[in-house]
Design a protein around this ligand. Structure first.
Ligand SMILES: *Cc1c(COP(=O)(O)O)cnc(C)c1O
Length: 241
């Protein structure tokens, strides 16, 4: 069953209220914080309702789902008598295998999960062949946990420098996943670590003017993420439940 536009709007309002309060506590402007809707758990009708609610940034965590969703939505858009309310951008937020790069490039605006030189090189090669530029985030493992994905904090600056030198990739920022915990202080510490790394890299002018985003915060931890400087939240369940 599709989640109704009304329900999505109510959830969006609650999220925006929480973001506004977190911004007020930390003297940030709420306009600095964008929202990406992670659609991996919902159907196409729910995605249409999301668009009606004004959301334009959509994300998937699996390459195959992303291409399929993007194609379905494009087909729906071309069948409509009126254009979509606004252009839609797709973000790849989950682990990306190199053999899936080719299939997602034509439909993706940003890849949040670049965590190795080999993946970056594959993105660069394929993007160059398509004469395309793609925005990428360096995914960093900022929690103390053993997480499978994300480069180590100590390796980030060097890897970031190499990515920033690739002609068809725009290094737009860092991405991190909060730790799997109910403890907001643990989440906060991981996000703070990511923000410090981000500021260090920015001081080095890495990535130039493109380098300005911190993609962190999901349904369970977006409040501490905003308080620690997130500029892009990746939210799924809190929009749909
Ligand atoms: C699923 C997912 C999200 C959103 O998770 P929710 O808890 O549903 O908000 C964000 N980022 C990534 C990488 C994900 O896979």
């Amino acid at each position: 069953m599709a989640v109704t536009t009304h329900k999505i709007e109510k959830n969006l309002q609650r999220i925006r209220d929480n973001v506004a309060e977190a911004c007020q506590r930390t003297r940030r402007h709420p306009d600095e914080v964008g929202l990406i809707a992670v659609t991996k758990s919902v159907d196409l009708d729910t995605i249409k309702n999301l668009l009606d609610a004004g959301v334009t940034e959509l994300a998937e965590s699996r390459a195959q789902n992303l291409t399929q969703r993007a194609e379905e939505l494009a087909a729906y858009a071309s069948r409509r008598r009126t254009p979509l309310p606004a252009p839609v951008h797709w973000h790849m937020v989950g682990h990306l295998q190199r053999n899936k790069v080719k299939s997602i490039l034509p439909v993706v605006s940003a890849v949040h999960s670049v965590d190795s030189l080999r993946l970056a090189e594959e993105l660069q090669d394929r993007a160059e062949k398509l004469d395309q530029h793609v925005s990428v985030f360096l995914q960093v493992n900022c929690s103390q946990e053993e997480q499978k994905y994300g480069c180590a904090v100590g390796a980030a600056a060097h890897l970031g420098e190499m990515i920033a030198s690739m002609d068809n990739l725009n290094l737009v920022g860092l991405m991190t996943m909060g730790p799997l915990t109910e403890d907001p202080n643990e989440s906060r510490m991981a996000f703070a670590r990511c923000r410090e790394l981000f500021e260090d890299m920015r001081t080095e002018r890495l990535g130039g003017d493109h380098f300005r985003h911190l993609s962190m915060g999901m349904s369970s931890d977006y409040v501490p993420a905003v308080e620690e400087g997130a500029t892009l939240l990746r939210i799924g369940s809190a929009l749909f439940e």
